[in-house]
Design a protein around this ligand. Structure first.
Ligand code: FES
Length: 106
């Protein structure tokens, strides 16, 4: 069995993003969080690695998303956990903007 080739997939128009905040997008079976950060657009899995809360309901500040359920934090540039109780990294998607559309390699 061969691995499926990743391709650039449309996620959301940049004009539909919450400015300076995080926007939830359901893409097929994936739950994505799209961040309008100071250095550009980042995309991660939307569900917290601790207990599955939707991070898009949390508090976003710069490059840190705080989970709404137990206040665990992640760096949205790397997925690195930044505070208890989260210990597992968040999945980060390679992201680009093409003709006003946010795309991820998925
Ligand atoms: S579900 Fe996110 S910190 Fe617990």
């Amino acid at each position: 069995m061969t691995a499926r080739q990743k391709t650039w997939t449309d996620v959301i128009l940049t004009g539909d993003l919450e400015r300076g905040d995080v926007t939830y997008v359901k893409l097929g079976s994936r739950h994505l969080a799209v961040y309008d950060a100071p250095d550009g657009i980042h995309v991660s899995a939307a569900l917290c690695t601790h207990n599955g809360a939707n991070l898009c309901d949390g508090y976003f500040d710069g490059h840190i998303i705080e989970c709404p359920l137990h206040q665990g934090c992640f760096d949205i540039r790397t997925g690195t956990p930044k505070g208890a109780p989260v210990t597992r990294a968040l999945k980060i998607f390679e992201t680009r903007v093409s003709d006003g559309v946010v795309q991820v390699l998925a």
